[in-house]
Ligand binder design. Structure first.
Ligand code: BES
Ligand code: ZN
Length: 634
């Protein structure tokens, strides 16, 4: 272990002790925020304009009006920073689609107008805001407003909500959209604490990824404080006619009224997930853990905003079959939010680790069979993803430097190949050794950002040195810097899936009719395996037989519906089109709709897809609009 790392490790242990005790979390000492005080900072993240290697933000204070009429956030951002390079005379921030009204710097105890400049706009990166720093300047204050088309914000009209009476706003800052909400050093290599005042119409509740009083009076002015340092992509806002229901003393659900009770029931096992997680990887260090069920246009399954995971309503299936997404977002409280990838090219450190932890937690709550089914479904998805990859470098865990948008780093490779690398290590070292190793990794790098190489060094020094025969360099390199799925990968075999496959084979061979298959005990997972593993070339008649027996078209379970529509598109089974159209009109979750539009496009149904999209587009999130525009342009 290098000298620098030793210091970093011991500081992290000190902050760990200070953080024990759940609700009474204290911000870690200044010195343990990031590795900046111990290790020379180099500019490693190419998706930021900021000069975080020279001057680094430490705190953000927002004071914003949430203006639903104009669809803008308007107010000020006050930024505290520290100089890593004493000679630095400017602070460079990321902005995108912001109108900057004025900039001041705080110097010798008073505020003065600052000299600043905005660079030309880039369609991905936005604009650099460069502020001249006079010698002893220690704060900057920017008066600004967001653009009505800000990619990180979706403004819903009352008609687009379930309640129909009030508007709704929610944010999505990951990966590089924090800069569309506020001027900020928008890189996961920087950590900031933040505070905020938000003003909304008085009938609405505003929430952030910060401390939250579920009983706060509805008065239109909301104050927040986030004492734990977070990377800016975890800044989050939601505002709407939102109600709260407690699950236990520090976990609860926020949602629109129509889905509140069902959500609390669907996610009632979240406290058990927290226990399983802490037993494996140490204390939950963020105070409360609440969930918010957003409107259906939320473009992700979930988003790990600290203290307040954002969720799609499509998880509320009625049978707790899709709660692995909650396990996933909660798991990010260790992998991602506590120990963060230094750049999006290392996103497997966030998503692969989290997918691994998610599966361990699912196993702990529901047993090996369910965990194995989820691994097997994921593996089917990874194999498809690997086949579809445009070039081999995109199947490396460490993403190539030349990707042009960080979203391209979030493929099944980061998630599932990443998780499988950890399954491989777990299998080789054994859980007795690997579990405490991973716990120590989270402790050592708590509230810091790491690179792939940091992890590999840590692995060498803390695990491989003591167990030199467990894995070879070549095996590790194949996982991290090599293409495809290494042959050392675990092969998840689910006996339940084998039975499903056996009866599927009989049906395909016409030895059994669909209506005579005994499906009484099948879970959502078995249905998904049954549908997804169908061979290419199914006929319309075959789909009709399945649909008559199992009523797939229009099913309420969004995962099953999605799997089914992928088949109906391939087979041109038109009877499903009205339901598919309805699905595309109401669900904005990217995982489903990007692939559905892609399949329509590549199966000769671009006209129909474009017609539906024209109608659906205004209701989609700006992120989904950008992605589907690109899919349908091809
Ligand atoms: N952090 C991601 C969502 C995300 C990824 C937002 C990339 C912006 C850019 C979140 O934790 C996630 O992975 N969600 C998954 C669920 C999971 C079970 C695979 C999703 O949305 O489907
Ligand atoms: Zn994730």
């Amino acid at each position: 272990m290098s000298h620098f790392k030793l210091i970093a490790a011991s500081l992290a242990v000190i902050s760990l002790v200070a953080c024990k005790g759940g609700d009474s979390v204290k911000p870690p000492a200044e010195t343990s925020i990031g590795t900046v005080s111990n290790k020379p900072v180099i500019k490693y993240d190419k998706f930021t304009y900021s000069n975080y290697d020279k001057v680094q933000m430490t705190h953000l204070d927002l004071d914003l009006d949430v203006d639903f009429d104009r669809k803008v956030l308007s107010g000020t951002a006050e930024i505290e920073f520290k100089r890593l390079d004493k000679a630095a005379n400017e602070l460079v921030l990321d902005t995108k689609d912001l109108t900057i009204r004025s900039v001041q710097i705080h110097q010798s105890g008073s505020w003065k107008d600052a000299t600043y400049a905005l660079s030309d706009a880039d369609k991905t990166m936005g604009q650099a805001l460069t502020i001249l720093l006079l010698e002893d300047a220690d704060k900057a204050r920017i008066s600004y407003e967001t653009g009505p088309g800000a990619e990180g914000l979706q403004w819903l009209s009352p008609a687009q909500t379930a309640g129909k009476k009030h508007p709704f706003l929610f944010s999505q800052a990951q990966a590089i959209n924090a800069r569309t909400m506020t001027p900020v050093q928008d890189t996961p290599a920087v950590r900031i604490t933040y505070s905020a005042t938000l003003r909304t119409p008085p009938e609405l509740i505003a929430l952030m990824s910060a401390d939250q009083d579920p009983n706060t009076p509805r008065d239109g002015e909301y104050e927040f404080d986030m004492p734990q340092p977070i990377p800016p992509y975890l800044l989050a806002i939601a505002a709407g006619d939102i109600k709260f229901k407690a699950i236990n003393d520090h976990i609860g659900v926020y949602a629109e009224d129509y889905i509140l009770e069902e959500s609390a029931e669907e996610f009632s096992e979240t406290p058990d997930m927290e226990v399983a997680n802490t037993e494996l990887y140490g204390p939950y260090r963020w105070g409360r853990y609440d969930l918010i069920v957003l409107p259906p246009s939320f473009p992700y399954g979930g988003m790990e905003n600290p203290r307040l995971s954002f969720l799609t309503p499509t998880l509320v299936a009625g049978d707790k079959s899709l709660t692995n997404v909650v396990a996933h977002e909660l798991a990010h409280s260790w992998s991602g939010n506590l120990v963060t990838n230094s750049s999006w090219l290392d996103s497997w450190l966030n998503e692969g680790f989290t997918s691994y932890v998610e599966n361990r937690v699912m196993e702990s709550l529901y047993g090996v069979e369910r965990a194995t089914m989820e691994q097997a479904l994921d593996m089917e998805g990874l194999k498809r993803g690997l086949k579809e990859a445009k070039r081999p470098e995109l199947t490396h865990l460490k993403m190539p430097e030349d990707i042009t948008h960080p979203d391209d780093a979030f493929t099944s490779v980061a998630y599932i190949k990443g998780a499988n690398f950890l399954f491989f290590l777990e299998d080789r070292f054994g859980r007795d050794v690997f579990d405490p190793f991973l716990k120590d990794y989270f402790d050592t790098y708590a509230f810091q950002s790491v690179t792939t190489e940091d992890f590999l060094d840590y692995l060498s020094e803390n695990l491989r040195e003591d167990h030199p025969d467990a894995v070879t360099d070549a095996e590790i390199n194949a996982w991290v810097y090599g293409p495809g799925l290494p042959d050392t990968a675990r092969n998840p075999v689910s006996s339940a899936f084998e039975k499903v496959s056996a009866v599927q084979a009989k049906w395909l061979a016409k030895e059994v009719a669909a209506k005579d298959i005994d499906v009484a005990s099948w879970s959502t997972h078995e249905w998904l395996h049954f549908i997804n593993s169908m061979p290419d070339g199914l006929t319309r008649a075959q789909l009709k037989e399945l649909d008559e027996a199992f009523s797939f078209t229009g099913t309420k379970n969004a995962e099953t519906a999605f799997a089914w529509y992928m088949q109906t598109i391939k087979a041109d089974y038109k009877a499903a089109n009205p339901a598919l159209r309805k699905f595309l009109m109401t669900v904005g979750r990217g995982k489903f709709i990007y692939r559905l539009y892609g399949a329509l496009q590549s199966n000769g149904k671009a006209d129909w897809a474009n017609k539906v999209y024209q109608k659906a587009r205004p209701g989609y999130h700006p992120i989904a609009q950008r992605r589907i525009d690109a899919i349908l342009e091809q």
